[in-house]
Design a protein around this ligand. Sequence first.
Ligand code: ATP
Ligand code: MG
Length: 303
Amino acid sequence: MFSQAAKLKEIVQKKKEKMLENSGDNNSIRHKSRARTIAIASGKGGVGKSTLTVNLAYNLARLKKKVLIIDSDIGMANLDIMLDISPIYDMGHLLRGECTLQEAIVKDPSGISILSGITGDDTFIDLNTDMMNKIINIAGEMEKDYDYLLIDLGAGAGKNIVSTILSAEELLLVLTTEPTSVMDSYSLIKILAKYNFDKSVKLVLNQVDRKKDAQKTAERMKKTVKKYLNIELDLVGQISHDRNISTAVKKQRPFSEIYAGRSAAEDFEKLAKKISGEEGEKQSKGVKSYFYKMIGFFNSSRK
Ligand SMILES: Nc1ncnc2c1ncn2[C@@H]1O[C@H](COP(=O)(O)OP(=O)(O)OP(=O)(O)O)[C@@H](O)[C@H]1O
Ligand SMILES: [Mg+2]
């Protein structure tokens, strides 16, 4: 694993040098902050991760942010149905060189871009220099083209899910006020703590009927998680329960687009503003860092 990581670093260094050479003048490099990589996860299934991903992406796009969703809920293809898209390629095709990034990404008319995740681990079996080169190139392209990578995960704490959460720079943890959802969220955080997870967890309470209840749930969790796991929780959003969210899924459009003005749409907008308002608080590590870490996890799990 060490030699592969070293090789990868060497590739990146060479690329950086080449970029400087080609630019002729360091000042001519476009100064865009690195993309933020945000994993969207939950302990319990069906709490609203994909709904949140789509509507957060929609509202960030309205704030002029370039957003790429990676649909990592392998085999479920929920986003395809939610947005009525039919991707031909996935990340596996991309990494195996069977398509370009542009071909693999599907664009929704609302301005969101979607890339389907890898549908099998076999893609990484031959993680040779050529493939690492490809990954770095792809990461570089994503870095150039996007401000946000939102990674919509499946539920639970499976190996791939935990690796993705630990590789991404930020974690949005979606839950409801139901005790089962709270318990499963706690279990997921406990697993992350075992891996020395050292970031704060951004909680989004979804399907909220009374904001007071959501606040209480978050406060209770915050205290317990701080006391037993020494991890900070930050309640960043509360999304109202709205039956029209299900109607929007049936109409295959983002809820925020067709039900603008409703309370839940305002909640999604508020969340997008809060998240984008954090920009500049600290320099993001970007897309390459995310892929480096993913490769590291993959390599260590092969041993
Ligand atoms: N705020 C809300 N109000 C009402 N219904 C909602 C809300 N958010 C999500 N839902 C509904 O809850 C169901 C699950 O939502 P969604 O598919 O987004 O969950 P998920 O966490 O991605 O599920 P999975 O774990 O299967 O990937 C859907 O029927 C959706 O319409
Ligand atoms: Mg989902």
